[in-house]
Write a protein that binds this ligand. Structure first.
Ligand SMILES: [Ca+2]
Ligand SMILES: [Ca+2]
Length: 88
C-alpha cells in the first residue's frame, strides 16, 4: 500500500504544473529557457514526456517563440499558462 501511494505521488509530480517549466521546479527561470534553447539547437533534446510542455504557445512547434514566452514569465511580464490537459 505504501509503495502504491509512493508510485502515485511520483506520477503526480513527474510532470511540470505549468507549460514551460522544463526543469520541474514549479517556476519559470533562466534554466527553463536554457533547456528549451538546447532542445531547439539539438544539443540536449528534451525527453518525449517534457516536449508537450515546451510548446508554450501551443502552435505545435517548439521554437524561439516559446523561449520568448518563458523569458516573459521570468521577467514577470506574462505568467506561464497552466497545463490544461493535466486534469483529464
Ligand atoms: Ca522551472
Ligand atoms: Ca510553440
Amino acid at each position: 500500500m505504501t509503495l502504491i501511494l509512493f508510485l502515485a505521488s511520483t506520477t503526480l509530480f513527474a510532470l511540470p504544473p505549468q507549460l514551460g517549466d522544463l526543469d520541474e521546479d514549479g517556476q519559470a527561470t533562466v534554466l527553463d529557457i536554457v533547456r528549451l534553447l538546447n532542445h531547439i539547437k539539438g544539443t540536449v533534446p528534451l525527453s518525449a514526456s517534457l516536449q508537450p510542455f515546451a510548446d508554450i504557445n501551443q502552435d505545435g512547434f517548439i521554437t524561439e517563440l516559446d523561449a520568448k514566452r518563458i523569458s516573459d514569465a521570468v521577467l514577470g511580464i506574462t505568467p506561464l499558462p497552466p497545463v490544461l490537459w493535466r486534469e483529464c
